[in-house]
Design a protein around this ligand. Structure first.
Ligand code: PMP
Length: 357
């Protein structure tokens, strides 16, 4: 038996058919593919020196959770037994599915990791297509949840990659109608200007809100949080590996959460998002979708050409296949980066020959 067939025979079938997360990170100077912030924190040497490399990090990340609570949570939720810390919110999705099991329900298209993690853990996934205008079909979500006797649903609000915020009332209806956990993923909430679901945690015991520091300038640190009632947090916490957030990340994030820069970056991105959207609206052959997040989804018959030419010009976009064939997603960067994107998408090599542009 060759070594590769040994592996194929032994690996669990759900893993064998799993596709790895597609994060190529091609070497492009203008990286607008991963919904990161263009603004990095400045690290002081003193801060780095304060970390003792011979010791494990605080397993409970208490200072980090306190700093997060003070900065990001309403007063009533600031006790840290409402908060679970993760190595990115990705890890918390893993913890949640590990704790509650499946089937796992989510709309489609949405953030791919809900499905990938469920599959990695051997749980059934149930995808409920979004309706026209990428709108949440709450009736179908509830039906699917009940039919499959599902345990947990993930709803990204604003939704990645479509950028819209599903209606508040629709999500409430789902929370009230299902006997299971509903996770509202607020990774992009800061850019939306819409109400957070956090205040509803006291009303609904089956609600949990997922948050991340990745979109506001701290993606390198890998820090996410789950906020919910202490009982739910306690159960999910049992599935967390010890020391999951490293000491450098904890120290840097605490400092950043105490400073002003995170919020300033968000304001600039929201303003640039308006400008990029308006500019995309002027390009014939491109349909851009309004966004509440730090990215814009757009459609074009020439999506593949746009992607290739932009890459050639040093601008990396996110290219989707499958049901999102013909769509591209651009992350809002700095003004200069956005200008590079807008220049690339107007390049005549994309539009020559069809009377567009
Ligand atoms: N949720 C959504 C909706 C996302 O788009 C992302 C990142 N792309 C995440 C969660 C994961 O973020 P992180 O693991 O960096 O916290």
């Amino acid at each position: 038996m060759t070594s590769s067939s040994v592996v194929r025979e032994l690996v669990r079938p759900n893993v064998l058919t799993l596709k790895p997360y597609d994060a190529k990170g091609a070497a492009c100077p203008v990286k607008l593919d991963a919904n990161e912030s263009p603004y990095t924190e400045r690290l002081s040497p003193g801060l780095l020196r304060s970390v003792k490399t011979n010791r494990y990090p605080d397993p409970l990340a208490e200072e980090l959770r306190r700093a997060f609570a003070r900065r990001m949570l309403p007063a009533r939720l600031r006790a840290i037994d409402h908060i679970l810390h993760g190595n990115g919110s990705d890890e918390i999705i893993y913890n949640l599915i590990c704790a509650f099991g499946g089937p796992v329900v989510f709309p489609s298209p949405t953030f791919s990791m809900y499905g990938k993690i469920a599959q990695a853990l051997g749980e059934k996934t149930v995808e409920v297509p979004l309706g026209p205008g990428f709108d949440l079909d709450e009736g179908q979500m509830i039906k699917a949840f009940r039919r499959e006797k599902a345990k947990i649903a993930f709803i990204s609000r604003p939704n990645n990659p479509t950028g819209n915020s599903f209606q508040w009332e629709k999500i409430i209806k789902i929370i009230e109608s299902v006997k299971g956990i509903v996770v509202v993923d607020e990774a992009y909430q800061a850019f939306s200007g819409k109400k957070s679901f956090l205040p509803l945690l006291k009303r609904y015991q089956n609600l949990a809100v997922l948050m991340t520091l990745s979109k506001v300038g701290l993606a390198a640190l890998r820090i996410g949080f789950l906020v919910s009632n202490p009982e739910l947090i306690g159960e999910v916490n049992k599935t967390r590996l010890p020391f999951n957030v490293n000491a450098f990340s904890q120290a840097i994030a605490v400092r950043a959460l105490e400073g002003a820069s995170l919020g300033e970056g968000v304001k600039k991105i929201v303003s640039e998002r308006g400008r990029v959207f308006r500019e995309l609206g002027k390009i014939k052959g491109v349909t851009a979708y309004p966004s509440d997040a730090n990215f814009i989804l757009f459609h074009s018959e020439r999506a593949q050409r746009i992607f290739r030419v932009a890459m050639r010009e040093g601008v990396l976009l996110r290219n989707f296949g499958g049901p999102l064939e013909g769509y591209l997603r651009v992350t809002i960067g700095s003004r200069k980066e956005n200008d590079a994107f807008l220049k690339a998408i107007r390049n005549k090599d994309i539009w020559a020959g069809n009377g567009l542009g």
